[in-house]
Design a protein around this ligand. Structure first.
Ligand code: ADP
Ligand code: MG
Length: 260
């Protein structure tokens, strides 16, 4: 039964999609069967693994709003062991269209539950908001991985996210745990980065991953080639660190009882 990890932070540009795509691809590279679920109408994770959104007739929208079977929209990617449920711009309407529907918060959970036995990991790339699509993701997830960009005010807005996580735990998904906090886009040349790392570690303690994602040009380039970094440039620093992260995620799963 696949472990479902939502990658969430309502701030845009903190590295959610980059982490969703590359963690998924690295887990797949390490021989785990992975499903990436794109639930951001921007569809950046979809194009990030080389899927042409214009070719997609159906996407996660049809599953959430029209009850299409999830299995029908799972497509293989060019990465071995990695499938994706894509998102297209059509999904932008779902946030509003779902409002009056029955069990609107659990639609993604139902969809993922129907396919997760075929996978070891299901990674959800959330949109930059705390709306219904993110609530659906947190409801469907076993754990949530929070990327935090190494910048001023790194912790700003995180209390809102943590509040939302608590509300979901209370009303929709008691089992939900924090998988870990991932520091992203570290510029090693500045002192600021070091300060932010200390601040975030003080707050989240051992939930912060030892793997810290550096700012890396190759990581920024890879999406325009429709390739995860492990394919685009496996020797780059970005590839090394996302591979380390994948190993940490696997190891943490093995001792989950002790960690939380
Ligand atoms: P989010 O999904 O949270 O909005 P993205 O993962 O899309 O954030 O990242 C925002 C932008 O920063 C993208 O253009 C992405 O390619 C780039 N980016 C993300 N992480 C890195 C990194 N470690 N080094 C360089 N560029 C990065
Ligand atoms: Mg994104």
């Amino acid at each position: 039964m696949g472990k479902v990890i939502a990658i969430a932070n309502q701030k845009g540009g903190v590295g959610k999609t980059t982490s969703a795509v590359n963690l998924s691809a690295c887990l797949a590279y390490l021989n785990h069967k992975v499903l990436l679920v794109d639930i951001d109408p921007q569809g950046n994770a979809t194009s990030g693994v080389g899927i042409n959104k214009a070719d997609m007739e159906q996407c996660i929208y049809n599953v959430l709003v029209e009850d299409l079977e999830a299995e029908k929209v799972c497509v293989p990617t060019s990465v071995e062991n990695l499938d994706i449920i894509p998102a297209t711009i059509q999904l932008a309407g779902a946030e509003i269209e779902l409002v009056p529907t029955i069990s609107r918060e659990v639609r993604l959970k139902k969809a993922i539950d129907s396919v997760k036995e075929d996978y070891e990991y299901v990674i959800i790339d959330c949109p930059p908001s705390l709306g219904l699509l993110t609530i659906n993701s947190l409801t469907a997830a076993d754990t949530v991985l929070i990327p935090v960009q190494c910048e001023y005010y790194a912790l700003e807005g995180l209390s809102q996210l943590l509040n939302t996580i608590r509300l979901v735990q209370k009303h929709l998904n008691k089992q939900l745990l924090i998988e870990g906090v991932l520091l992203t886009m570290l510029d090693a040349r500045t002192n600021l980065g070091i300060q932010v790392i200390e601040e975030v570690k003080k707050y989240f303690q051992d939930k912060v991953y030892q793997s810290i994602i550096p700012r890396n040009i190759r990581l920024g380039e890879a999406p325009s080639h429709g390739q995860p970094i492990i394919i685009y440039d496996p020797k780059s620093r970005g590839a090394e660190v996302y591979l380390d992260l994948a190993k940490e995620v696997i190891a943490n799963g093995e001792r989950v009882g002790e960690r939380y």
